[in-house]
Design a binder for this molecule. Sequence first.
Ligand code: NAD
Length: 453
Amino acid sequence: MKSLVKLQKDWFKEGHTKSYEFRKEQLIKLRKMLDTFEEPILKALKFDLNKSEYEAYTAEIAFLKMEIKDHLKNLKSWMAPRDVKTPLTHTGSKNYIVKEPYGTVLVIAPWNYPVQLALAPVIGAIASGNTVIIKPSELTPTVSWVIKRMVEQYFPSHLIAVAEGGKEVTQELLEQPLDYVFFTGSVPVGREVMKKAGEQLIPVTLELGGKSPAIVHKDASIDLAAKRIVWGKFLNAGQTCIAPDYLYVHHEIKADLVKAIQKYIYEFYGEHSLLNEDYVKIVNRKHFDRISSFLDEGQILIGGRVDSKKLRIEPTLIDQVTWTDKVMSEEIFGPVLPVLTYDQLDEVIEQVGSQPKPLALYYFGENEEDQQKVTESLSFGGGCINDTLYHILNPHLPFGGVGSSGIGSYHGKASFATFTHEKGITKQTTKFDQNFRYPGSQLGLKVIKKVLG
Ligand code: NAD
């Protein structure tokens, strides 16, 4: 790890990554790499997570291609130095911002979208002129292996390298003099990563998780809300950082909403989802046991069956749970959806507001004042009104958490900003000098008071 970081840092210092042409060429190579390795990627995702071709292509490969396309389209203008205003005190000078890459970036990835979450930050990091070391998740080893092979085929290790392995690899990398750390994963590990990076004052982005609510008010379009909630919750068997974690529904429409949710679960996955060839499995036994233990709480409204050999859990709705139950005290990260009810929207705002800030929040309801009230009075990473997950698919929206759900954001222009240091420059004139700033200047204090206040 030590020699790899040194190799990248030395090469970076030689200035190869500075030009627009170089960066553009790398983005094109990344796209080509995805095309060439499409089949191995899809096979690896099927093997490690039982992802169907549809889910794997749309949520991983297509997403990355969309990001590359957006970067290619805008990179030149994002890279350009930006002039800023010149205040009176600076008369005669030119003031501008230079966009500077950090250097060597470490990208630490989780297992749930193991291709997308390993490579989406790489697109931003490379476009911004950095070199990158990717640490894929060891819990999806086939995908990790494919990522290593394809990166090695397309890129020299002084530009992009893959360090496979478990937490010991990450820990060793974090000992090195990296220039930026981009971490996606759980809150406890994020805390450790930030602590370690803090020892060397390495800047970090933390893309974490948490409990993201889906609030369904009484004026919501019930059928559409159910359809979009089922899609967002059970995609990847609930193993999505921004999946609705729990449902908060107005008591008057609960019965109708649950009925509609059942209809869409059957429509999307069949009445026996455990037999559905395309239904995603839980990543490993530890997570399977953890999620299955939630089924002992409350009362099961829909689903509840498991296949412990194939590590599958049916799309499940649980009723009669309280905030003190285990299912409500940790991120579920699986296909289990607890249902809570409320009477007044203010109760919801009070309750959700007293929890750690979620990564996402979804509000379903037609009244615009209520939409505004919920989205403005609660703090959360990002979200949707009358939909789930869709905000992540717009490259013009920054994606990230707030508070315990994360620090910083990325996607599209936000990625470029994340991996770029903005260096402010004053280019002073030598044609004349303004004496008011120098000690002993007669008019100095008067001028400063007048101009600066
Ligand atoms: P994780 O935190 O267990 O692991 C993430 C990465 O950190 C892996 O590469 C792992 O090898 C490494 N790691 C694990 N323990 C470590 C340690 N002690 N020191 C250093 N590195 C360590 O997370 P996970 O289980 O892979 O992913 C699930 C979590 O990630 C969920 O909480 C989910 O919400 C979150 N997540 C967030 C986003 C987002 O974009 N905000 C996306 C996907 C997942």
